[in-house]
Design a protein around this ligand. Structure first.
Ligand code: IPE
Ligand code: IPE
Ligand code: MG
Length: 244
């Protein structure tokens, strides 16, 4: 039973400001239907578009989706190729997509791992949406939480070597400025469809106090009602952040 009413959804009270989603289960969704895994990724991309619109219309301020991890390069070449083709297609579409919803599109991860043409599209997508004022959509591509933390450490080491800062002066606030998510709030709620209860190297630093919601629903089947169920679960949690 879905308990959140439309007004409650929009009220902002128990609504998470920042939702993160590990979009998992595309391959199994396709396998169940006797289809190639790439068909599952295409279906997952359609769900991504729909759920992004739903989140934006519900008044979510930040949505961060995990689209491709630093470890996903290990997959068979034909699957990686199919994913890169899909990213191309969706980035071209997203140049106009999300405009009506005023969504700001940002990418987190190591862009340099992608082809020149994909990097150009990524930059263009960020550029055209930069001045919008609606929900911020972070797309994590070639993203790894450990990679992100290492980059921050290296960047701070350079600043120390250049005597811009001393090691003793490094605070959490300063460290966070060196992460991809600099300036954004930590995720309040992390949703993982697909039946696995693990983080898989996503937002390791930022999810220290994030509420976790796992569901067996496979990502291509994930609906607006599933999103509402996750938010409903979140609204019932007591967040103590180590206090009482
Ligand atoms: C998530 O779905 C999409 C990516 C990792 C790119 P999967 O491809 O991991 O689907 P399953 O987990 O094998 O079902
Ligand atoms: C996490 O899913 C990465 C993305 C959804 C992009 P994986 O399918 O790669 O994670 P594991 O291998 O099950 O941990
Ligand atoms: Mg998976």
């Amino acid at each position: 039973m879905i308990e959140l009413k439309q007004e409650e959804r929009r009220s902002g009270g128990a609504i998470p400001a920042h939702i993160a989603i590990i979009m998992d289960g595309n391959g199994r969704w396709a396998k169940k239907r006797g289809l190639p895994r790439s068909v599952g990724h295409t279906a997952g991309a359609t769900t991504f578009r729909h759920i992004t619109r739903c989140a934006s219309r519900m008044g979510i301020k930040y949505l961060t989706v995990y689209a491709f991890s630093t470890e996903n390069w290990k997959r068979p070449a034909d699957e990686v190729d199919a994913l890169m083709k899909l990213f191309h297609k969706y980035l071209v579409d997203s140049l106009t997509d999300f405009r009506d919803d005023d969504v700001v599109v940002r990418f987190i991860g190591d862009k340099s791992g992608f082809s020149q043409s994909l990097q150009r599209l990524i930059n263009e997508t960020e550029e055209v949406s930069r001045d919008r004022t609606g929900m911020v959509l972070n797309i994590a591509m070639n993203y790894g939480g450990r990679d992100e933390i290492l980059r921050a450490v290296k960047s701070l080491c350079h600043d120390c070597a250049d005597r811009k800062i001393s090691p003793e002066e490094i605070t959490e606030e300063i460290f966070e400025k060196h992460l991809y998510t600099s300036g954004q709030p930590d995720p309040d709620l992390l949703i993982r469809p697909g039946g696995e209860a693990r983080i898989s190297n996503f937002l390791l630093y930022q999810s220290a106090y994030t509420e976790l919601y796992f569901t067996d629903v496979l990502w291509p089947d994930f609906s607006e009602d599933d999103l509402i169920r996750a938010i409903d679960y979140y609204s019932k949690r007591s967040r103590r952040f180590g206090g009482v």
